[in-house]
Design a protein around this ligand. Structure first.
Ligand code: NAP
Length: 320
């Protein structure tokens, strides 16, 4: 089968389509015939050689891709919830790539994909949806709360915004001004340019601040912490963690909490919750562009701009 593999770290050009062995599922795994994979910042971070957390785990050669959608081809002997032909979306085992014609992965990391989505749409979002959903749960977002989403036009942000609206929150969303209308279409109640002196003074009385930006910026973290009301929560997808003494000091003064979002929690349950919201029409998937597998380098170049609206997808097979 074909998969995108790297034999050296570097720029988008190090990705090559190679003929590799089709995996065999272990007892607790499913073999998924992949139709689409999302393209996520982690993919270019791994391709470049990793960050402080990933580096020790990266041994070449490596297959890229951290999420996707496809059809169950085979089930391991212990798997009960899936059968051949089920349309699923989810995440692979750690560092086993999804830019591949087949993947074998733990069944507990997959769920039935939303019935009203194409493979490209469902494959675009599992990792971002898990991060966004985890952030909403960690922040305990509820109806009537004021929620600030920083980086709301991106993969995680565009879902976090819609999840918060689905919970009944009042959402203040940051992006570059050309994305303000887009954020309003997704349901944002207010829009703010994150470059406006880091929105200090523009946003106040926030119950939950959700940092979904792909750029670490200490000044904007400080602004977000200052915008929280007493007892507010700050959740982040962004390293470094723990936060700086300055941010923690502001939070302590407000009896607030800081939490790092992780996608490893009960993935199947979260993906099923997300699928329900999508099927109810409360959340939509935004795709900027679909690239064929052969154009993975161009897809990476697009995501590395850090200004994609919604998601970029790699189409592995055409859906008929
Ligand atoms: N994707 C995942 O599954 C995943 C998993 C774990 C961790 N993470 C981390 O989470 C972060 C976000 O991931 P993502 O997939 O959502 O990224 P993404 O889709 O590439 O984010 C793009 C968005 O970020 C916004 N943005 C760019 N610079 C910004 C800034 N300085 N302040 C605020 N917003 C800014 C852009 O808005 P404008 O174009 O409007 O300027 C754009 O809409 C990344 O650091 C990633 O490493 C992601």
């Amino acid at each position: 089968m074909k998969a995108i593999r790297i034999n050296e770290f570097g720029g988008p050009e190090v990705m090559k389509i190679e003929e590799v062995e089709r995996p065999v599922p272990k007892p607790d795994e499913i073999l998924v015939k992949m139709y689409a994979s999302g393209v996520n910042p982690a993919d270019y971070v791994v391709r470049q050689g990793g960050n402080e957390i990933l580096k020790p785990f990266l041994k070449l050669p490596l297959d890229l891709g951290i999420d996707g959608a496809g059809e169950v081809e085979e089930t391991g002997s212990e798997v009960t919830g899936f059968k051949k032909g089920d349309r699923v979306y989810g995440i692979p085992n750690f560092l086993q790539g999804t830019y591949a014609e087949f993947i074998a992965a733990k069944a507990s990391q997959f769920a039935a994909m939303p019935k009203n989505l194409t493979f490209n749409e469902a494959g675009a979002i599992p990792s971002c949806a898990l991060m966004a959903w985890d952030g909403i749960e960690l922040g305990k977002v509820s109806a009537g709360q004021r929620v600030l989403i920083n980086g709301a036009a991106g993969g995680i942000g565009s879902l976090a915004l819609q999840f918060a609206k689905a919970m009944g929150a009042y959402v203040i969303a940051t992006a570059s001004p050309h994305n303000f209308d887009f954020l309003k279409e997704l349901g944002a109640d207010e829009t703010v340019d994150y470059k406006d002196t880091n929105f200090e003074g523009l946003v106040n009385g926030i119950d939950v601040a959700f940092d979904a930006s792909p750029e670490f910026n200490e000044a904007s973290r400080i602004s977000m912490a200052k915008a929280l009301k007493d007892g507010g929560s700050f959740v982040s997808v962004q390293l470094p963690y723990p936060f700086s003494a300055a941010v923690l000091g502001i939070l302590a003064g407000k009896h607030g909490e800081a939490k790092m979002i992780r996608r490893e929690r009960d993935a199947a349950r979260s993906l099923a919750d997300v699928a329900k919201l999508i099927e109810e029409g409360k959340v939509k998937v935004v795709i900027s562009k679909v690239y064929p597998l052969e154009e993975a380098a161009a897809a990476h170049t697009a995501v590395e701009t850090k200004h994609v609206r919604g998601k970029i997808v790699l189409e592995i097979r055409k859906e008929h």
